[in-house]
Design a protein around this ligand. Structure first.
Ligand SMILES: [Fe+2]
Ligand SMILES: [Fe+2]
Length: 203
């Protein structure tokens, strides 16, 4: 596999992930209980759509067919995002750790791509850092006012990691695409370290 093929696979995974993030933020805007929350989720949705379109453009610039590049990731990512939870803590932990993984993947991605893609990824990271901060604040607030919140959050974190593995049990996973791009050790260290650090931060 050439490096270009591996990069196309990663960009396909990220582009589809951004589309799912857009769908999720749109749903959250619709379900929001306050104007302020609605405005925030609408802003996030607009940013995720910009990310999606930007990655689609990078795919086109590499001569790839964006739909084909995204296709292998549809099923695992649909499955991952299709999980419905009525538990507020679980939802907040999934958001928090999900935004965190996205941040770590993007930070790593910017070190292995061409300069033009890296410049675009930097603008995405700028938005995502804010998304992660908001998810962190929301989870902290919730934990402060929920009895046994931290214990339940720790359990939700394990559930999230298992669900992520389960979602990728068949078909391609974004992580497998990243691994094919090489420099696996740095990537896995960033993800595992990042998740462990984030779990510690909320307990
Ligand atoms: Fe995004
Ligand atoms: Fe985001």
């Amino acid at each position: 596999m050439t490096e270009n093929t591996a990069l196309i696979q990663v960009l396909g995974a990220v582009a589809y992930g951004e589309l799912k993030a857009y769908d999720g933020a749109k749903d959250e805007a619709e379900a929001a209980e306050t104007d302020e929350a609605r405005r925030w989720h609408r802003q996030v949705a607009a940013e995720e759509l910009r990310h999606h379109k930007g990655f689609v453009k990078r795919l086109e610039a590499l001569g790839a067919d964006p739909d084909r590049a995204m296709r292998p990731y549809r099923l695992p990512l649909d499955r991952y995002h299709g999980r419905q939870s009525t538990d507020a803590i679980e939802g907040a932990v999934f958001d928090y750790l999900g935004e965190g993984i996205a941040d770590d993947l993007l930070q790593w991605l910017r070190t292995v791509v061409d300069p033009e893609t890296a410049a675009f990824v930097d603008t995405v990271i700028e938005d995502e850092v804010e998304h992660e901060a908001a998810a962190t604040r929301q989870l902290r607030d919730l934990l402060d006012r929920t009895p046994n919140g931290r214990l339940r959050a720790a359990r939700a974190a394990s559930t999230m990691h298992l669900h992520m593995l389960w979602s990728g049990r068949a078909g391609a996973t974004p992580l497998s695409a990243f691994i094919r791009l090489g420099r696996t050790r740095g990537l896995l260290a960033a993800i595992i370290g990042g998740q462990a650090r984030r779990v510690r931060a909320i307990l």
